[in-house]
Design a protein around this ligand. Sequence first.
Ligand code: PEP
Length: 261
Amino acid sequence: MNRPLIAGNWKMYKSIDETVNLINTIKAGIHAATDVDVVVCPPFTVLAAASEALRDSRIDLGAQDMYFETEGAFTGEISPLMLKDVGCRYVILGHSERRTLFKETDELVNKKVLAALKFSFIPIVCIGETLEEREARRAFEVVKQQFERSLANLDPEEMERIVIAYEPVWAIGTGRTATPEQAEQMHTYIRRLLHEKCGEEMAQKVRILYGGSVKPDNIAQLMGKPNVDGALVGGASIKAESFIQIVLNSIILESQEEQKK
Ligand code: PEP
């Protein structure tokens, strides 16, 4: 099984002081949890402070978005070079809030994914259906289309370096989590799409995170599913206690590991 990954998407929250405090508390709280990879993705304005606070820690830094050009007249955008410079290793791409509120298309997400890989980032590529699409029984079709278009033109070696986040839009920030069974069903499907694209060995190596109202009390059940490799956490990642507890609860107990077999 893949090493678990818990990533926190801080969205548009936190000042510099709050960032340093939150990171210091998280660092202390997850000190003993060495069997899980942890990433925090604060807003651009506090990345430098976060990078400094994370120095000598095993928590990685990620950004919430990135433009695909290296530099130029792109007012308001942030380039891969800038994110490298500030110490980011991960970048969230194609988050549903960017797709919905800022009209990002799969084609744009794809350009960003290719640029992120070129600059050796680990892109966390978000895909997921809306409630309307799920109720119309189009969830699998929508996820397949986003998968194929957002990940077009990636060779197998590049596919191995990405992380996929399945985030049903109806579960983001709503308190309405997908059941572990619903998550597993879609993760299994995404694993199959990976298999078709790059073969079984590679498909097994790609981490598939679940995102959508993950909390300390539902993470263990989600992680108990064979194809759930971790979580992308929004609201609960900006409070130290809940994020620490999610990280700690994500580590699979031996009994759950047995169930996965
Ligand atoms: C997210 O923003 O990626 C997310 C999953 O948010 P929340 O955990 O608040 O639903």
